[in-house]
Write a protein of this length. Structure first.
Length: 95
């Protein structure tokens, strides 16, 4: 299944930084929206999710939108969907 994923993050947030690092390590092409630098992204997150929270992953698939706002769960989702090595234990030990 193909998912359209968008990461709402904040450059100064340690959890966002770890999430960005893992996205880079896994070589995943995910749209990033920095809520610290762009009021349009802030407004979009508030309108769709209901609060400003970073990191926050928006997942669109099968005509539905799902949100993950807990950093540990975001890392778990990324490894579960994109890590061909199946290394989903990373989020437990390094995040």
């Amino acid at each position: 299944m193909i998912f359209n994923t968008t990461l709402y993050d904040y450059k100064g947030c340690m959890a966002s930084r770890k999430t960005r690092h893992e996205i880079h390590r896994l070589n995943i092409d995910i749209e990033r929206r920095d809520i610290g630098n762009c009021s349009i992204h802030q407004d979009s997150l508030l309108a769709e999710f209901g609060k400003l929270k970073a990191p926050c992953l928006r997942i669109e698939g099968k005509g539905e939108v799902q949100w993950i706002s807990e950093p540990e769960k975001i890392l778990y989702f990324l490894h579960d969907r994109f890590d061909d090595k199946g290394d989903i234990t990373y989020h437990r030990t390094s995040a």
